[in-house]
Ligand binder design. Sequence first.
Ligand code: PMP
Length: 296
Amino acid sequence: MYYTKNTTVFLDGKWIKADQANTSLYDQTLHYGNGVFEGIRSYKSENGTYIFKAEEHFERLLQSARKMHIPVKYTVRELVKISYELLEKNNLTDAYIRPLISLTPNMTLTSNSKPKIFMCAWKWEKYLGVNPLNIMTSSYRRPHPKSCHVEAKTVGHYTNSILATTEAKSKGFDEALLLDVNDKVAEGPGANFFFEKNKTLYTCPLGNILPGITRATVFEMAKELEIEVIEKHFTIEEAKKADSAFFTGTAAEIAQINSLDKNTYPLQWNESLGYELSRLYQQKVINQDYYHFELV
Ligand code: PMP
């Protein structure tokens, strides 16, 4: 359950109870999928509750909105402030924050309707490890970057993710891995993909994927740990011959992949670069250095 009768949400400048928040059945977002959103996490630490990479997430939200021609009157700073207030009002520490910018009634194909901003949050316990994932190559491709802005977190894009995950689960796998339109590996339905080969990390370049904030954090951490990361296009065959692999995402953090198309990765997870990075990530998410927003 995402809310109870006590949950407070932010809707268009007002704090209201979640069970009183509503929207119209004529909204453009509902009919045509034009809306943008984010998935953000907050973590409890000794020094308080921190929203990890809050500014980066809201910058991406505003960037996604711009790509979709959705005008937003809030600044990154205001949105971060609202997020902290949202956590406070709901007594949340370890939580998932979901901002959604949706479009109001409009049955035309122009994006000129008035956007609505909705922000909610729910408790999300810190992961203490999850089962390694068995994934499969999806029969679905990531959308062609010339058919939409794949780098934007647009509501409608997620029908592609839903198809891929549903297919994978129906075949007994935990998750899917999607190729791009050039037959190269792109990303998971809700996470970016990395593999390790001979102590080097590989991931695909931007262009066909969502530019993940966790992906960027992996680049930062790899620099600190002096791990080489190479961005290049690669085939599914190369990904299968890797020593180890993992997904990255705000929700999944750094998630071990056990097998791809039933090929089990040979390296023990606790000897892999993914493991080393995941341990550092656990420290980063509660590290004050990453909290550079001052509430005033
Ligand atoms: N790709 C897709 C398609 C996603 O939905 C997500 C989750 N937002 C990611 C990658 C990972 O992005 P991030 O690390 O910013 O959560």
